[in-house]
Write a protein that binds this ligand. Structure first.
Ligand SMILES: [Zn+2]
Ligand SMILES: [Zn+2]
Length: 336
């Protein structure tokens, strides 16, 4: 049986009052960046993320399946033509609708888990003037598909075209099996590193007003909120892929990288810690780290893969102590 309210024992704290489900806190970042080294936690961190049914393993399988069955050939990709680009756009639309739509139906329409492992007790807003079409859901669906999926497709097309024309270096499984695997493992870390910095930039007031405020309309998130972003934000968000103009990659790496960014946007914004099967958390989805960012704004710009928030003092670890620190800081800023 899942420990539903890990820290609900004893007297209730401020964070417990603010959240319906509070996971075990403090939130812990990747052990690969902690000192002294914690070898056991490192092994566990990798095992849980890569050798069980977890997001990364599902996403690698998905990238391989797409490469095998629904990927234009390098020959086709040599010229920028509407045919193959439309094919990958359609593929990406289907992937996003299946993942975000499926999770939305499961958690928010059919309410299969009711409130179990749900961070915020409130429902998403059905009617509100702050959203396009006056609806949080349709606002999120529109921006995800129109801006998010289009930009995702544009970057994929750019990379495949560049690789086909020798403008971006390629790597093959036969010649470099070790690098092939290492790059897969490093991809989520690179995405995390890049995300922290672009996300901080997006909170710079002019950029926030222009672009990022659209994503932050969602204080209480759902799967469609993940890449519900202004086109300027999607352009910088997906730009992490440009590293493969320097670092050699296989088509599978490009697919994994882009699908990881786009689809974990949906899974990390479900509003739930995980997917329960027979009362056990079978698939870890939740991202309390990012959920805190949506509620409190000035914390947790990155994610637990690379602890930049810890380094730069913006880490809210979900505890009352952390919360008091942020409240105090906000008071000082307002008072200043
Ligand atoms: Zn933000
Ligand atoms: Zn978000």
């Amino acid at each position: 049986m899942i420990d539903k309210t890990a820290s609900n024992a004893g007297t209730s704290s401020e964070m417990e009052r603010q959240w319906h489900f509070l996971p075990s806190v403090p939130i812990r970042s990747s052990p690969f960046f902690s000192w002294p080294p914690e070898p056991i936690r490192m092994v566990r961190w990798v095992a849980v993320r890569w050798f069980t049914i977890a997001e990364n393993t599902i996403l690698v399988s998905l990238a391989v399946a797409c490469w095998l069955w629904v990927q234009p050939s390098m020959n086709e990709a040599r010229t920028l033509q509407i045919g193959w680009i439309a094919e990958i756009w359609l593929r990406n639309m289907v992937l996003m609708i299946v993942v975000a739509g499926g999770l939305h139906l499961y958690f928010h329409v059919w309410r299969k888990q009711k409130q179990e492992l749900k961070f915020d007790p409130r429902e998403m807003l059905s009617k509100s003037k702050i959203f396009t079409f006056n609806s949080q859901l349709w606002d999120n669906v529109f921006w995800t598909l129109a801006s998010g999926v289009t930009c995702w497709t544009a970057y994929e097309a750019l990379m495949f075209w560049a690789m086909a024309n020798g403008l971006a270096p390629m790597l093959s499984w036969q010649n470099n099996p070790v690098w092939f695997v290492i790059i897969l493992f490093l991809t989520p870390m690179w995405i995390s590193f890049h995300f922290y910095w672009i996300h901080r930039a997006l909170h710079w007031p002019p950029l926030y007003r222009l672009a990022h405020s659209l994503h932050h309309r969602n204080t209480n998130v759902g799967p469609w909120s993940g890449i519900s972003m202004h086109p300027v934000e999607t352009a910088v968000f997906f730009s992490s892929i440009l590293i493969h103009f320097i670092v050699p990659a296989h088509t599978i790496h490009i697919l994994f990288h882009m699908q990881h960014q786009a689809l974990t946007g949906a899974t990390s914004h479900t509003g739930f810690e995980g997917l329960l099967v027979k009362d056990r958390n079978r698939l870890h989805l939740g991202n309390f780290h990012h959920q805190l960012h949506h509620r409190y704004f000035e914390c947790n710009y990155g994610n637990p893969e690379v602890p930049w928030d810890k380094v730069f003092g913006s880490f809210h670890d979900g505890t009352d102590e952390s919360h008091a620190k942020f409240k105090e800081r906000r008071k000082r800023l307002i008072g200043a």
